[in-house]
Every structure is written in C-alpha cells, then in structure tokens.
Write a protein that binds this ligand. Structure first.
Ligand SMILES: [Zn+2]
Length: 265
C-alpha cells in the first residue's frame, strides 16, 4: 500500500517528529461480517458482459454456505466500481449493509455492493463497466472497511452465486486492480498530531488531528501554504475525503513532494 521510493529521503522525513507524541493508531481491523443469507442457489449464467474490477484490496472472506458474497478489504474511501454496464436498481440504506447498491446488468444478472461510506449513484442511473459508484466503508454490520460484493442470476434470485466464478466468467480474477482512469490512490500518513484542515492553508480550520500513522485514500492534491519540517518545504496538500479535509504532503509517507498518480483538485 505504501509507495516506497528514495529510502534515504524517506528515512530523513521519518526522523522528524512534529508536535506532541500521542499514543496509538487504531489499526483498522479487517474482520469481515457474515451477511444475511437465504436458501436456493440459482445456477450461474454464462458470461454476459466484459467485467471490470470492483475494487482493489485483499479478499478476506470468500463465498460459502454462511456468506452470500465475497469480502474485499482495503482502506476506507477506496473507490468501488461497477463490474459491468447496467442500471442502478437500488441505492440507499439497509440494515446490516448500512448502505448498499444493486446494479442490474444487460445480461440480466445483478451485482450488489455493501457497507460503503459514500454512494455516488442513484436509482435508474445508467452506469458503464468500471464506473466509480461508491467508496469503501464499514457501515452497518461490519468491523472494518471492506466491500461485500454479491452476484445474482436475476432480480428474482434470493441467494448470490459464487462471485469469484461470476467475475472470472467476465474476465476478472480476484484480487484485482481497477482499470486506468481511477482517481486517487492509497497512502499512509506519518508523524503525530498531524492536523487535517478544511483547506490547504495553515489558517484553515482543523477538522481532525491524526495521532499516528493512518492509511488514507487521497482523492486529489493541490498547492497551498508551504509547510517546513526538518529542512524540507512542501506546498502540496492532499485531499482525504474520509477525513473531510487536507493534509500537507509533508506528512504523507512518500518521498515525492507532489504525489505521483494523484490528480489536481
Ligand atoms: Zn461479506
């Protein structure tokens, strides 16, 4: 997850301890949930569309009799994509899932996405394969950020089919990497008492303080006030949607001042 580069520079950045030393990092547990299940598994249909990777991450629980889908864990805020072209038939809240999305694809199959902290599509909306539809969360019955992904033979199906086989039929094998054009990427902050601000300015309101290294999804970056630490100066700031604000790139664990692969806000 962490992008390594110039280790000397990285070590240099690491030697800096800004602010008061505070305690622990709450490392997000990646224990998945057991989702609700029903009986009667319909037969899997043949491949009907060219699939796209639903999200990047680690498969923490597969499909089995007590689990209707597959769990893919990653940082909160990780982009979630439609696995194929179709129409959104559900986008809202649901007990257990917290929030969920269902997409009816052109081959009649339905994919289901649960636990997101942010939904980006609405009912009746047409989506393309690979389109960004949500961001990963831990809403509902969940102990850590992950995507619960299900695949159904039709809207009448009461139990999901094996999503790994379903995706494999459509050219996607898990774990997978979303296609090019995906905005943002994942990094880890370093340092203690790192302030997340409402804007890329030192006089902007502090919306949150990070007590230690924190995995973050950076949506975009922009130029703002210069921040100097241990002889290094950087005026780039990262926008972290899950934290609702900006962190100086000085505190992003990456040797580059301007993060590669991250667009401009
Ligand atoms: Zn699950």
């Amino acid at each position: 997850m962490t992008h390594r580069g110039d280790s000397a520079m990285r070590a240099l950045k690491r030697t800096t301890s800004i602010g008061m030393l505070v305690a622990t990092v709450a490392a997000a547990g990646l224990v998945p949930l057991a989702a609700g299940q029903a009986s009667a598994a319909p037969p899997a249909k043949a491949a009907g569309y060219a699939g796209s990777c639903p999200t990047a991450g680690t498969v923490t629980q597969g499909w089995h009799s007590g689990h209707d889908g597959v769990d893919i864990a990653n940082n909160r805020g990780t982009p979630i994509h439609s696995t194929g072209p179709g129409t959104v038939i559900v986008s809202g809240t649901a007990s257990g899932y917290g929030q969920w999305i269902r997409i009816k694809h052109d081959d009649g199959t339905v994919t289901e996405y649960g636990h997101m902290y942010e939904r980006l599509v609405s009912v009746n909306q047409r989506v393309s394969s690979g389109q960004l539809i949500a961001r990963m969360g831990s809403e509902g019955q969940s102990t850590g950020p992950h995507l619960h992904f299900e695949a159904h033979a039709s809207t009448a199906s009461t139990r999901g089919m094996d999503p790994v086989a379903y995706l494999a039929q459509r050219g996607v094998s898990l774990p997978c990497t979303p296609g090019s054009g995906t905005p943002g990427t994942n990094f880890t902050t370093w340092g203690t008492s790192v302030r997340v601000r409402a804007d890329a300015r030192l006089n902007a309101a502090v919306v949150r303080t990070l007590t230690g290294p924190t995995p973050v999804y950076v949506q975009c970056q922009k130029r703002g006030d210069s921040v100097t630490a241990e002889g290094h100066t950087n005026d780039a700031w990262s926008y972290i949607p899950a934290l609702g604000g900006y962190v100086s790139n000085i505190y992003i664990d990456h040797p580059a001042a301007w993060l590669p692969g991250v667009g401009t806000c």
